[in-house]
Design a protein around this ligand. Structure first.
Ligand SMILES: Cc1cc2nc3c(=O)[nH]c(=O)nc-3n(C[C@H](O)[C@H](O)[C@H](O)COP(=O)(O)OP(=O)(O)OC[C@H]3O[C@@H](n4cnc5c(N)ncnc54)[C@H](O)[C@@H]3O)c2cc1C
Length: 176
């Protein structure tokens, strides 16, 4: 297997494919990281999502620096993975955020199988009352990196896994 860095263009192309994306959102409070699976919709430089009130929203309000990992795994040696570094931006139900919320609503509606939090219906246009209405937010993506694995055509890579494992775990000082 070969692992290579994806070009910025390939990263952008993979991101654009995430109309109804799934990934792992990482946030951090003080020195404690927290990673949770979420769905999102990509629009330009933004990943839109929503959530009920809870730990991740509390933490992102406290520290808006977040990271989103997105992958496309076809097999153990054929995969792509993006890491998007960005900023949490809450889109509250106020006139100042009307345009952004309408865009979020369009994106969510375009994805029929959108994940719904528990049994609570999505009521983006009702006004917020903590705990009953989803919090709409987006991640402004500032930096993107990508890695891709490709099955190797090099004959040496088809050697038994024990060969490289043996090298990895060779006691220090032992002869190669
Ligand atoms: C496939 C999939 C898709 C999802 N899509 C979304 C989405 O689009 N939007 C969304 O808001 N949520 C989504 N979830 C649920 C999400 O992962 C969180 O569980 C949920 O959002 C609650 O997070 P919270 O920080 O508000 O937790 P809280 O309700 O505040 O609970 C916090 C506590 O529960 C634990 N906890 C929270 N989530 C998880 C978890 N997933 N696994 C294990 N322990 C957990 C934490 O460690 C913490 O102790 C999805 C989950 C899955 C599996």
């Amino acid at each position: 297997m070969l692992i290579e860095e994806m070009t910025p263009e390939d990263c952008r192309a993979m991101l654009r494919q995430q109309r109804q994306g799934f990934g792992r959102l990482a946030c951090c409070f003080e020195d404690q990281p927290y990673v949770i699976p979420i769905h999102f919709c990509i629009d330009g430089e933004y990943a839109y999502s929503f959530s009920m009130a809870g730990q991740k929203v509390d933490w992102m309000r406290h520290n808006p620096r977040v990271c989103l990992e997105i992958d496309d795994i076809r097999s153990r040696d054929d995969w792509r993975s993006l890491v998007a570094f960005g900023l949490f931006e809450e889109l509250p139900n106020t006139p100042a955020f009307r345009f952004e919320r309408m865009r979020a609503l369009e994106l969510f509606q375009a994805n029929a199988m959108w994940w719904q939090p528990g049994s609570i219906a999505l009521e983006i246009d009702t006004h917020d009352s903590r705990g009953t209405v989803p919090i709409v937010y987006r991640i402004a993506i500032e930096r993107l990196t990508g890695h891709r694995a490709l099955p190797s055509i090099d004959a040496s890579s088809s050697a038994p896994a024990g060969n490289w494992l043996g090298r990895l775990f060779r006691p220090s000082g032992a002869r190669p």
